[in-house]
Unconditional design. Structure first.
Ligand SMILES: *Cc1c(COP(=O)(O)O)cnc(C)c1O
Length: 443
């Protein structure tokens, strides 16, 4: 299998695509073609591991990682991903809980898979350094996934005082090969510093800088697996193709669902639930695709003004007039999210995080025709991760899952630095004992 950029026609090998992340022409990588599956291909797939082997094997054909694929899959899907009935009295809705991984959000799947791939791909005297700017969930998942792996190190940049206490723990509890930096500035400053570091060729080469952000195809592919496996299980039991309702930010999780359906998996309607950052719903309604500044909402991991995976979706399926035939999108306000978190506890006895509540809100608003279908609602994060928002609304404490509790009991280890490249280079040189003069010398 080869891969090409959404903006070019040159074919690239998987190993190169995983290491590069974004294409040199600024585009996003996609496989040259998608394999096509029928249910017979999955007759032996009783576990998500087996489903993953069937789906992912063609994508790894010809890669140096092909022989390690089973190990990579086992290291990624090491936590349960259950589909639980939303409401015992209601016969047609399930919630797929993607939040049982190390940092209690679905990004653990993509980050775990990418870490398992990159630590095997890279060897040599200088480890690969993953540089990641984060406003919350991504940095924790990436640090957890790469922590204590050989041949890789991680530098996490987060804005001082602007992440929740529990998120900050997940960014700063690692030590070892992870350097956590609180930046005296905003998330935009953190992103700008990462961009500058990549633009500085000495720094880039000296540390072998690489990225693990959500556009890397190594994060997208494994996310298709839980859609494949949950839809197959549902179809086997009921003979019906479930629809999916998915909280959307950068469109990575939703695109993974659409890829699974494109490959022939038994998936019905797909509905995206956005927060007040409503570029995607507006675009499907006929507005132009014009990236906007993001708006802060309660579902902060979905505060994206320019969802980058739309470039992949349009490349695969065309523009809005085509896209509306295959998916829809609904915007959910903060007031609706708050009310929904309260109602989810009242109606279903479950605590939802603000992101997941966008999806339960969309489920509750389905038309009577739509509600005849079976639906799987995607729960993207554990509510205990957002305790300060969730608990006052539901009037009770949310029990903390064991893995999150373990993280919360560890000490914080981070440095506070100024929002500039020199401060970043200095902190990296100290932590990784690299001669700083060589990295930032003559610029
Ligand atoms: C990242 C994230 C999302 C948005 O997912 P995308 O793949 O960016 O669309 C939703 N919920 C949570 C909890 C997240 O961390």
């Amino acid at each position: 299998m080869k891969y090409r950029s959404t903006r070019g026609s040159t074919l690239h090998a998987l190993d190169e695509v995983l290491l590069r992340g974004i294409a040199a022409d600024g585009g996003l990588y996609l496989p040259e073609s998608l394999p096509s599956f029928s249910s017979a291909d999955f007759s032996a797939s009783d576990t998500i591991l087996e489903t993953a082997r069937v789906v992912l094997t063609p994508f790894f054909a010809g890669s140096s990682l092909a022989g390690s694929l089973h190990e990579i899959i086992a290291e990624t899907f090491h936590f349960p991903i259950p589909a639980n009935k939303l409401d015992v009295d209601n016969d047609n809705a399930w919630m797929l809980e993607l939040y049982h991984g190390p940092t209690a959000a679905f990004k653990d799947v993509g980050a775990g898979f990418l870490a398992a791939c990159l630590s095997r791909l890279h060897s040599g005297a200088t480890p690969l350094t993953i540089l990641v700017a984060t406003s919350g969930d991504t940095g924790g998942a990436v640090a957890a996934a790469f922590n204590e792996r050989p041949n890789v190190r991680v530098v996490v940049l987060f804005p001082e005082g602007r992440v929740s206490e529990r998120q900050q723990k997940q960014l700063t509890c690692w030590g070892d090969n992870v350097l956590s930096l609180a930046i005296q500035g905003s998330f935009d400053d953190c992103q700008a510093m990462v961009k500058e570091a990549f633009a500085e060729s000495k720094l880039r080469e000296q540390y072998r800088l690489s990225s693990a952000n959500s556009i890397n195809i190594g994060r997208l592919l494994p996310q298709s697996i839980y859609y494949a496996h949950s839809s197959l299980e549902h179809f086997r039991k009921t003979g019906k193709k479930p629809g999916f309702i998915i909280p959307v930010g950068n469109l990575g999780n939703s695109l993974a669902c659409i890829l699974a359906r494109d490959m022939g998996l038994p998936i019905g309607e797909v509905i995206l639930a956005s927060n007040a950052n409503r570029l995607i719903p507006d675009y499907l309604d006929g507005a132009e695709w014009l990236p906007r500044a993001s708006i802060q909402t309660l579902a902060s991991a979905m505060d994206v003004g320019n969802p980058s995976n739309m470039e992949r979706l349009r490349h695969l399926h065309g523009d809005a007039p085509e896209l509306v035939k295959m998916l829809s999108a609904v915007s959910v306000s903060d007031a609706e999210i708050e009310r929904q978190m309260h109602d989810d506890m009242q109606a279903f006895g479950i605590a939802t995080c603000p992101h997941t509540a966008t999806a339960t809100h969309v489920y509750r608003g389905l038309s009577s025709a739509q509600s005849k279908a079976d639906w799987i609602i995607i729960a993207t994060a554990h509510p205990a991760k957002f305790d300060s928002i969730v608990e006052p609304l539901i009037g009770q404490a949310v029990p903390v899952p064991a893995e999150l509790a373990a993280i919360l009991s560890r000490p914080n280890r981070f440095q506070l630095i100024a929002a500039n490249l020199d401060a970043l280079a200095k902190a990296m040189a100290e932590k990784f004992q690299v001669d700083e003069g060589a990295s930032t010398g003559d610029k």
